[in-house]
Design a binder for this molecule. Structure first.
Ligand SMILES: Cc1cc2nc3c(=O)[nH]c(=O)nc-3n(C[C@H](O)[C@H](O)[C@H](O)COP(=O)(O)OP(=O)(O)OC[C@H]3O[C@@H](n4cnc5c(N)ncnc54)[C@H](O)[C@@H]3O)c2cc1C
Length: 478
């Protein structure tokens, strides 16, 4: 019955597009109405029918998306807004992919410390910031040099504090002036200048005449913490994008954990769109097969898994490698920083790259009488949890004193597959990629970031709408 209805609708969709028929309804809206007839039918099946169709060996959907990370959810969101029915198959027990939050003894532990940048343009258009209750960090950082911390403030937002920064052994006056030039160049890029030199971030910073001292003490730990590599080999185009985002907005955490971001996107989809605990075993342009053997035929298949899984599903070579990270969480009686700010390791030695206290920014990250300390390490050390813990405490005793001995280790997250190392990061081609008739979707095709994943999802949705309905122009803008 469902298949019959779908075939009927496909015929309806093939009626002449609006410009030929003189129909004043834009074709995208017409498409929406047609698909809604099928969708309506699907929504109004009774529970038994619905269960039968889910367990049958061959079902059908116009578009099937594999993966409910941000890219897959964004793709489904835009398809849904264009009126194209979509099913999202997710292997995990919740949405979010690389953005998940665990609830442990009253603490919120993001699976790997990460932040949301409020200036992300794609994300800002899609997310409801008020509902996320974003809590921001100080614009700048504390830099740990041996036993002392020095404040390094954003001069545009904390001018007085930044004057004091000039006395710190981090940046000279000439460095400060050059950072202003770097900032200007980054903002030009955010405003559309894509004339990026194909060089590394380190070479780019040196091309402005910045000293190795300011690079080592600020740029390496700060942007190394973003790129998850301290060599600063990441393409300068991505650096310019990220720098402009820090200049235009704030680093923030949703009050209830990073997973609230994907959850907010998923909540906009019609009930039943996302099927959790449904690993996909293989994908072709016209069908998706789950690990349990269910075959879902479709007019467009979208693989929105990370690139390693995508390569496995499509029998293709792995195009990129990964940057890794380790996050160690501690419960403390009181915050060692007492401020929502990052403390960077400016010394160039040791395991720890940066430390912060998420509960200083967003209170719900810890119970009332505790603070949550987050310690970020770049890469994954070949050590067990005990050794990582011992090394971290040894180092941090010099930063925060003997209190660290009383901290309680909550969890160690080793994230081997954190960020794709893409030589084209930050210089997107603007076209969604395809492999054997399957749409590819994910952060590795754009910028390896929350924003990049969302951009990729939208672009693929636009291409998939064109495929399932050539008459349609685009998905409606937010
Ligand atoms: C530790 C860490 C720190 C980060 N820091 C930041 C930061 O500060 N700021 C920032 O902007 N970005 C940051 N990022 C990057 C950002 O989180 C990612 O770019 C983004 O979440 C990627 O989304 P995605 O949808 O492309 O991929 P993923 O999130 O990897 O989604 C892929 C989905 O596919 C699912 N899947 C896999 N295999 C199958 C299968 N066989 N069948 C069905 N489903 C499958 C997965 O379970 C997952 O849900 C960080 C990432 C990590 C891990």
């Amino acid at each position: 019955m469902l298949r019959f209805a779908f075939a009927a609708v496909l015929n309806i969709v093939r009626i002449p597009p609006s410009h030929e028929s003189g129909n004043i309804i834009p074709s995208a809206v017409g498409l929406q109405l047609c698909y809604e007839q099928v969708f309506h039918h699907r929504c109004h099946m009774n529970k038994n029918e619905s269960q039968n169709s889910a367990s049958s060996s061959a079902t059908q959907q116009p578009v099937v998306v594999v993966g409910a990370g941000l890219a897959g959810l964004a793709c489904a969101h835009h398809l849904n807004r264009a009126g194209v029915p979509v099913t999202v198959l997710e292997t995990a027990d919740a949405v979010g992919g690389r953005i998940r939050t665990d609830h442990v003894d009253g603490f919120l532990l993001d699976r790997g410390f990460q932040v949301y940048l409020t200036a992300y343009p794609e994300a800002a258009a899609m997310l409801d910031y008020d509902a996320l209750a974003l809590k921001t960090f100080y614009p700048g950082a504390l830099i740990q040099l041996d036993q002392r911390q020095y404040r390094f403030a954003d001069p545009w937002r904390r001018p007085l504090a930044s004057l004091a920064s000039l006395t710190a052994p981090v940046a000279s006056l000439s460095d400060a002036l050059r950072i202003a030039q770097v900032r200007r160049a980054a903002l030009k890029r955010a405003d559309g200048d894509r004339d990026d030199p194909q060089i590394t971030t380190h070479a780019y910073l040196r091309s402005f005449g910045l000293s190795e001292r300011v690079i080592d003490r600020f740029f390496r730990p700060f942007f190394g913490g973003v790129f998850l590599e301290r060599e600063l080999n990441t393409p300068s185009s991505f650096f310019r994008f990220v720098f402009s985002m820090f200049a235009r907005g704030s680093a923030a955490l949703p009050a209830e954990g990073m997973q609230k971001i994907p959850e907010q996107l998923a909540a906009k989809l019609p009930a039943g769109t996302v099927r959790l605990n449904t690993p996909v075993a293989s994908v072709a342009g016209d069908k998706v097969t789950t690990a349990s053997g269910e075959v879902i035929s479709c007019r467009a298949a979208v693989v929105a898994t990370d690139f390693s899984t995508t390569a496995r599903l499509l029998n293709a070579p792995q195009p990129y490698s990964w940057n890794s990270t380790t996050t160690v969480y501690y419960a403390a009686r009181r915050s060692p920083i007492r401020e929502a700010i990052l403390v960077l390791n400016g010394m160039g030695r040791g395991l720890v790259n940066h430390v912060c206290v998420p509960s200083d920014a967003a209170k719900p990250y810890a119970p009332d009488d505790r603070a949550l300390v987050s310690v970020s390490i770049i890469g994954v050390p070949e050590m067990n949890d005990e050794d990582i813990d011992r090394n971290v405490r040894d180092e941090l005793a010099a930063w925060f004193g003997n209190d660290v001995t009383a901290w309680e280790l909550l969890r160690v997250y080793r994230i081997e597959h954190a960020l794709p190392v893409s030589p084209t990061a930050g210089s997107t081609t603007g076209r969604p990629a395809m492999e054997d008739g399957v749409f590819l979707c994910g952060d590795y095709l754009e910028d390896p970031s929350i924003n990049g994943a969302l951009v990729s999802g939208r672009k693929v949705a636009e291409a998939a709408v064109r495929k399932v309905s050539p008459e349609s122009q685009s998905v409606p803008s937010e």
